[in-house]
Structure formats: C-alpha cells, structure tokens
Design a protein around this ligand. Sequence first.
Ligand SMILES: Cc1cc2nc3c(=O)[nH]c(=O)nc-3n(C[C@H](O)[C@H](O)[C@H](O)COP(=O)(O)OP(=O)(O)OC[C@H]3O[C@@H](n4cnc5c(N)ncnc54)[C@H](O)[C@@H]3O)c2cc1C
Length: 551
Amino acid sequence: MPATHEVTNQVPPLVGLDVTAADPALAAGLAAAGLGVDDALHALGAAAGSAEIIEAARQANTHAPVLRTHDRTGRRIDEVEFHPAWHTLMDRAVTAGLQAWPWDPDAGDQSHLRRAAGFYVWTQVEAGHLCPISMSYAAVPVLRHAPDLAAAFEPALRARNYEFGLRAPATKAGLLAGMSMTEKQGGSDVRLGTTRAVPDGAVDGGYRLTGHKWFTSAPMNDLFLTLAQAPEGLTCFLLPRVLPGGELNAIRLQRLKDKLGNRSNASAEIEYDNAFGHLVGEPGRGVATIIQMVTMTRLDCVLGSAGGLRAALSEATHHAARRVAFGRELIDQPVMTAVLADLAVESWAATLTALRLAQAVDAQIDDPAEAALLRIALPVAKFWVCKRAVPTIAEALECLGGNGYVEESVMPRLLRESPLNGLWEGSGNVTALDALRAMRRSPDSVSALLGELDPATGTDACYDAALRSLKEMLPTAGADVPEATARPFASLAARLFAASRLLRLAPPEVAALYCATRLGAIGDRVLGELPAGYPARDIVAATTPEGQPIG
Ligand SMILES: Cc1cc2nc3c(=O)[nH]c(=O)nc-3n(C[C@H](O)[C@H](O)[C@H](O)COP(=O)(O)OP(=O)(O)OC[C@H]3O[C@@H](n4cnc5c(N)ncnc54)[C@H](O)[C@@H]3O)c2cc1C
C-alpha cells in the first residue's frame, strides 16, 4: 500500500484492442462492396492496438525529427534524422502495402478499397507517418504521365520495402515520394508559383529548377513531384533527392516547420538551387497533370479524419465504461450516453463515406459514373468530414475529463492533428468551390451524385426533405452557381451522402439519429444535444465493444 493513498477509479490505457474487429462501420462499408474483413486487416488492427505500436507512436511524437543541413566537414547533406520508433511505424505501414501497392497490376480486385481500409485502421495509431505513405500512393498516377519515369520508379514505389536514407533511387528496393507545390505567396492558388524551370540542354526531358517551396512535407522522401514555371507555363516535374551518380540534387532544406499537429513527421521549407528535374506530362499543363495526386491525397484526408474520429470514439467509450462518477459508470449517465451516441453516429457517417469514396476509386476504371461521382463527392466529403473531426474529437477528449487533456492519454495528439486534413490539399473554401466547379464543368457529376442519393429516399422524412432542398440548390441549365453557395452546398451534399450510406448500411437507429440531427430542422447544436426518443445506449453498444473486457 502506498504511503499516502491507493489509486482507484483511474482507467487503464486502451491496449490490446483489435481495432479492426471492434469496428462495425468498417465491416459494413466493406461488406457493401462485397468484401469481408480479411486476415491481413485483422493483423493490422491487432498491431494497431498493441502495446508495442502504441509505444512507438508515443515515442515518434516525443522525439521530433531533427534537420541536419551539413555534415561535420561543412558539406551539405540536407537530411532529416528520425527516432527509431518512426522507422518502426513506417516499416509496418509499407510492408502492409499502404503506400503505392494498390497500383500493382497483381494487387487484385478492389485493391484501393482494401488499402483504404488498412489506411483507416492504421491511421488510428499515428497520423504523422501516414503523410509520406499517402503521398507515395498518390504520386503513381501522376508519374504515369511520363511512362519512362513510371517504368524506372514505380516498381520500387509499389514494393513493400521500407528503405530510409540518401541513396540514388535506382539502388533502392523501396522508394517514397512527396509533393511540393505551396510557395510563400500562394498555396491554394498555385498559379502564383515563381519557381522557374529551364531546359537542361544535356538531358532529354531534363530541366533545371530554381526557386523555393514554403511547405514540403516528408522532405526525407526519395522523389518529389513539383510545379514550376517552364517557358510554356506552369509545369509538373519529378525531382529525385539523390542523382543517379549518388550526388545530392540541389534541393536545400532550409528549416523544419514548428507546427500544430503531429510531432513525428517533418515538414520543410526548401529551396531549389538549379536542381535537376524530369518533365512529367505536357509543358504548361502542370496543374492538370498533378491534379490526380491531389485527388488521391484528398481521399486519404477523408480516411485519415474518419480514422481519427474512430480512434477518439474508442478512447472516449473505453474511458466512460470504466470511470465511475456520482455512483455509476459514466457511460450509463444519460447525458454522457447521449454524447457518446452522437460521437458514434458521426464516426459511422465518416467511415461509411470514406469507404464509399475508395470503392469509387476502384470502380471508376470501368464505370464513368463512378469517376463523375468522385469529382463531386470527394471535395464535399473532404469539406465536411475533415471539418467535423475537429469538434467531434474535442468532445471525445472532454469525455476523459482532465485526463483527456494530458498528452499520455493520446487525446491531445488526436485533437492537434484534427484540423490538418481540412486544411491541406485544398482548405474548406477551396474544396467547396471545387464541388461547384465540378457541377459547372461536368453535369454528369450531378447526375452521379443524385444516382447515389435518390435510391435512399422513402424511409426517412428528414432525409427526403433535405434532398429536396439540395435539388433546389442545383444550377438550372446554363445558369452560374453563385460562389457564396459553395459552403451550404458542400455541407448539405456531404451530409446527404453520409446519410444515404447510413440508411442502407447502418443500424436503423444510427441512421435515424443522424438524419434527425444532421438533416432535420434542429438548429445550431453542440454534440450530445439529442432529440428525445433515440436509443442512445444501444447505439453506443452497437458501435463499440465497451462494457466487454479487452485483450
Ligand atoms: C502540416 C502541413 C503540411 C503541408 N504539406 C505540404 C506539402 O507537402 N506540399 C505542399 O505543396 N503543400 C503542403 N502544405 C501546404 C498546404 O497545402 C497549404 O497551406 C494549403 O493548400 C493552403 O494554402 P496557403 O497556406 O497558401 O493558404 P491560402 O491559399 O492563402 O488560403 C488562405 C485561406 O483562404 C481561403 N481561400 C483561398 N482561395 C479562396 C477563394 N477563392 N475563395 C475563398 N476563400 C479562399 C483558403 O480556404 C484558406 O482558408 C502543407 C500544409 C500544412 C499545414
């Protein structure tokens, strides 16, 4: 017995949970596409909940990366040093095929959806290291605009080998890629970019780049897709960090950002000092070329936010099922039950939305309607799901009381990370405007969206009424859509998209509560403000394994 007091009513850490098995929304989203939860996903879920990996995530965020610009003799090395825990996480992610593996012709059917499920599970461990993973995944379709480069680099991008370090790409069995677009004077409006590219007379398709990039995440990766002003206009290039002979390309890491969010990953300011780049796609068509990378990383933003939401919900319910206040477990205090039910409903919605988008990535190869759906559903989902992560994770943190405010609880890390997905790869206004642009430029995206939403009518009055409102917002032929309607449109479209999935795939009480609170006539509300008559406790029980022993 300790000298002063015995510790009681403190909740043990959430360790030993199979993150995959505990998630009915994940299973429902996969089943909707005809997939089961396979052994690989269970193994990943078990690893994600293991003490070893949770500890690696903590260490990777405690020991931040360190920029080393020069070696002891004063020569530039432009390298970032990471704690071994970072490499553990990276290795697991790459060997699980969360990077470019789905692009492998032998990856099998629905490889993007299967990879999305893994990404969603694994992001619950630690979000920072999934940034380089995500960018490597997204780089492949862009690289294919330059078949020679794709032939040279794609196999190692797809390979499940993690090889850190400054070596020529051709000598590595595994490669990772990044993207470098944002400059000081503009991130959303990349047309403002001032980095210049001039043809390198000595190499066919080679250019020399001079300029800066204000944000380049994961600067330790091997290859970077970037935009620069060529004589023909803004153009896409691929820059290797190390040149074929082994010498460093002239990509200078100026400093690492001291940023909100995870502490594990590095984001750098860089300068190109006559750096060598390969042309990718047509000169002057840089935005059109790199846009596929943006699309794929946006998918990961939605998956990442859905994963963050799910992780926060698991922590909140785990705590509430074990902490007693005023005579009973928090989970059974009616006001807390309502909060948890509301978190559960948000998590269901985010998960099913994200998985449906990943399903469309696979299906679009054979089905133009799925490609059209992605053009509009992806920006609206990114707008909504990534924004919802912030208040939802904050509310989940509060479920743990003061313990939730302490780093050891993991909740501060989840909260700090939560605004990022909404911001990068198109912040809220920009993605909402992208949805309007999709409507204007490809009317088939509107038909594809309605093709998704219409079949869910007839069971919920709130849903039906909200869909009628959305249709009133659609442009009539030839008319322009006012930009000011971008946010209301994106918000309503995303909520309807989520509800249409819930009505088909979730327990009826989850769908009904979502429609009543996110589509009904209830005005501004905070989480946990539920209308009377919904079985909140059943919703919590059906969504989380709480009340049952873990491990
Ligand atoms: C942690 C982190 C990592 C990043 N990593 C990378 C990376 O690896 N590579 C990379 O290239 N970039 C990266 N970025 C940059 C990121 O993509 C940009 O910050 C983002 O695109 C916004 O650009 P900006 O910062 O220049 O803001 P701005 O473009 O100046 O936007 C500021 C605000 O204005 C709004 N806005 C912009 N245009 C309009 C409009 N037409 N109408 C209404 N509102 C508008 C935006 O929504 C935003 O809210 C990273 C950013 C962060 C925070």
